[in-house]
Design a protein around this ligand. Structure first.
Ligand code: GDP
Length: 454
């Protein structure tokens, strides 16, 4: 056990708000209730109470207080919860009062969850599921995160690990008691049979073409094309569709604008690469380089051209940088002439799909959105049931598979010591997945992404 001080934090969103939830976890949790409200409510029952500053006795607020004694709490330790009014001054006064109690300090980001993990309330994959649930922007992401929080991969990995340990026990019995008459000759055969079955199951989980990771990351669609073709207008048009928008915010460089869309409940990130242009300014060049890089790895490129321009054929040339599937968007349909449409048709053969639309008037935009939704549906097909949602999981399962393969390669007549060693490393790789063994290095990375109060 690391540091067992009592930690506290504002666990609800930023004030001002109607209600603010301040949580306390650790050995002094009971004392904080006694000090702030003068009593300890019955376990897991909300009590209405006056919250007072323990030093001055002054009333800070009237609040609901809750008491969750160990081990039946989220973290497995004693916990107290104060539901006060969510004003800046109220929250500040409560936090200050708590900070004045001996042994209490403000929690680090993710520290509540870290304690839940250390106390065995959550395994590492469940911790990741919790982080994903908090970050989820669309219904399918939420569903995937919730399943992981409830142990979809963690429980499976733990069951596999136990089966490997059982197989290992057979091989070790064979090694340790080889000379004794009552130990059956063939213990290695059944152990390898079990390993073979596990191998198929793990291989099946890995053969998902990265669908689970895709759903976590979202489908990235880059909007690219020559200047003034109407890329930004199109992005705004797509983003302004009321139900679609999640959180528009400018990218970290001024050269890429990102808009997160919820398209038929699938997560789609639109990138406006309007800033991709030649430049002599080194800072801008760096931005351009990054913008080009992001667009180059996009899952889909919408190449927008100005349909009213006469140079349409030339500007329809697909940019070489984009390897991904690309759709041609002939914009400014409101201005285009019949002649332009003819040349468009001649272009369409070199693109996966062609759309004629007006970003300005919205004409034809629905057809594009519909096609994007279908594309997203295919892109994410089967993702909801995928077991693996992170590179870390994939790595652990790949290592498990490799170790099982090496054990199987020995065969029944092979070295029992080597088989045992490989089974042991297979079990270790799965243990690392759930955080049972040897994970200090990954812990910091995982908990760093949490907010304070979680
Ligand atoms: P970008 O440089 O590709 O991002 O292009 P913008 O979105 O900034 O658009 C360039 C100009 O074209 C602006 O003046 C837009 O109002 C105009 N524009 C964009 N889409 C359309 C359209 O569908 N029809 C017409 N008539 N003008 C458009």
């Amino acid at each position: 056990m690391s540091d067992r001080s009592t930690i506290f934090a504002l666990s609800s969103g930023r004030p001002p708000a109607a209600i603010a939830i301040v949580r306390v976890c650790g050995p002094q949790a009971r004392v904080t209730l006694e000090e702030l409200i003068g009593r300890v409510p019955p376990p897991r029952q909300a009590a209405l109470a006056k919250v007072r500053d323990p030093k001055s006795g002054e009333v800070i607020d009237e609040a609901l207080a809750l008491w969750f004694p160990a081990p039946h709490s989220e973290t497995g330790e004693d916990m107290a919860e104060f539901q006060v009014h969510g004003g800046h001054a109220v929250v500040a006064a409560v936090l200050e009062a708590l900070g004045g109690i001996a042994g209490c300090r403000l929690a680090e980001p993710g520290e509540f969850t870290r304690r839940a993990f250390e106390n065995g309330r959550l395994d590492l994959t469940e911790v990741e599921g919790l982080a994903d649930l908090i970050a989820a922007e669309t219904p399918v992401q939420r569903l995937q995160a919730y399943r992981q929080l409830k142990g979809l991969i963690g429980d499976r990995a733990e069951a596999w690990r136990r089966q490997i340990v059982e197989a290992l026990a057979l091989v070790e019995a064979r090694i340790d008691f080889a000379d004794e008459a009552d130990v059956p000759e063939d213990l290695v055969g059944p152990a390898l049979f079990a390993a073979q079955q596990l191998r198929s199951m793990i291989a099946a989980a890995l053969a998902d073409q990265g669908r689970g990771e895709r759903l976590r990351d979202g489908m990235v669609v880059a909007i690219a094309g020559p200047p003034n073709a109407g890329k930004s207008t199109l992005l705004n048009r797509l983003a302004r569709r009321e139900a679609a928008i999640v959180s528009p915010y400018p990218g970290t460089t001024r050269d890429v604008i990102e808009v997160h869309l919820n398209l038929d409940s699938y997560p789609v990130t639109l990138l406006d690469t309007a800033g991709i242009r030649e430049s002599d300014d080194p800072v801008e060049q760096e931005g351009v380089r990054r913008a080009t890089e992001r667009a180059a790895v996009a899952d889909l490129v919408l190449w927008v051209i100005d349909g009213s321009a006469t140079g349409i054929v030339a500007s329809g040339e697909r940019k070489k940088a984009f390897e991904s599937e690309s759709w041609l968007i002939v914009n400014k349909a409101d201005l285009a002439s019949d002649k332009v449409w003819k040349s468009c048709e001649s272009l369409s053969s070199s693109w996966s799909k062609t759309f004629a639309l007006s970003a300005l008037t919205s004409e034809g935009v629905d057809a594009l959105v519909g096609a994007l939704a279908v594309h997203a549906g295919n892109y994410f097909a089967g993702a909801e049931s995928a077991l693996v949602t992170r590179a870390r999981h994939r790595q652990a399962l790949t290592q498990t598979l490799a170790a099982l393969d090496r054990a199987l390669a020995q065969g029944v007549g092979g070295s029992e010591e080597l088989i045992a060693e490989e089974l042991r490393s297979a079990a270790t790789a799965l243990g690392r997945l759930t955080g049972r063994v040897d994970v200090e290095d990954v812990l910091d990375v995982i908990f760093r992404d949490f907010c304070i109060g979680k």
